[in-house]
Design a protein around this ligand. Structure first.
Ligand SMILES: [Zn+2]
Length: 273
């Protein structure tokens, strides 16, 4: 027996009820079935399991993803229903494969997974998919497929990419490291986790002499982390991270995500006109 009454989950889109972002795995099939399909989108969070330097856990992308979506669930108000699917905890991480603890999927495996999901969505007449991706290496894989998936499955795909996009561009004033040099496990990810999940950060390894600053070449996408940061895996300014920056970044991510979801909300509304 639960202690006290749990807050009821919404089950319909009736006037005055404001659905939002909800975890699908807490709903019954009947509750899902009751939803107006023209007002429904699935949300697939995609992270990674890969090295993030000696000071951060291999689940860094995943932890940033979960904490940011958990935060968003608490305050996002939308007119349409966004159902959060269980997260895909693995991504395309070949660049980090030289470091133990990294588990990568092949691109073909990732695509097969999303296409199986789309087969199920098609069966249940769900027409919108939002991919919220927190690992830069996954971004080009999904971008390349969005038009083909639209044509083959009749599903409109919207993307949010924390990395491999301009998501953090407006956060530059919050940072001491140039965005294009804060590539992996640097100031952004370290500060964010120092604030959101401090117990996961190994402070002993955060030192200025461990920071590595490089710029990726825009003609060579086959780079490997071991060549750029041998023995560490850190690409960026981790030692510049502070708790204060982490708190600001957490709020920045919340605002940015809310902005995206409001845009998606409008897309669904406009499609019904
Ligand atoms: Zn990362």
């Amino acid at each position: 027996m639960n202690k006290g009454a749990a807050a009821p989950l919404f089950i319909c889109n009736q006037e005055g009820v404001r659905p939002m972002l909800k975890p699908i795995n807490q709903m019954s099939w009947l509750e899902v079935d009751a939803l107006d399909r023209s007002r429904l989108a699935y949300v697939l969070p995609v992270g990674s399991t890969e090295q993030h330097g000696r000071h951060l856990p291999v689940g860094t992308d995943d932890l940033i993803l979960q904490t940011s979506l958990d935060g968003l669930e608490k305050h996002l108000k939308t007119e349409n229903t966004f159902l959060r699917l269980p997260t895909l905890h693995y991504g395309n991480s070949f660049e980090h494969l030289d470091f133990p603890g990294t588990v990568t999927l092949r691109t073909a495996t990732m695509l097969a997974f999303v296409e199986d999901l789309m087969m199920c969505m098609q069966r249940h007449q769900v027409k919108y998919l939002v991919i919220v991706n927190s690992h830069g290496g996954n971004a080009p894989v999904f971008h390349a497929m969005a038009q083909e998936w639209g044509q083959r499955f009749g599903i409109r795909v919207f993307n949010i990419d924390y990395f491999g996009s301009n998501f953090f561009q407006d956060a530059q004033p919050l940072l001491q490291t140039a965005i294009n040099q804060d590539i992996h496990g640097g100031e952004i990810e370290t500060a964010y986790l120092q604030y959101a999940l401090p117990q996961t950060v190994k402070a002993d390894f955060i030192r200025p002499e461990n920071d590595v600053f490089v710029e990726l070449k825009n003609y060579y996408y086959g780079w490997l982390t071991r060549d750029l940061a041998p023995g560490s895996g850190l690409l960026g300014g981790a030692s510049r991270s502070t708790l204060e920056t982490g708190e600001k970044l957490f709020r920045y991510v919340q605002d940015k995500l809310a902005g995206y979801f409001h845009a998606f909300d409008k897309e669904l509304n406009d499609a019904r006109k």
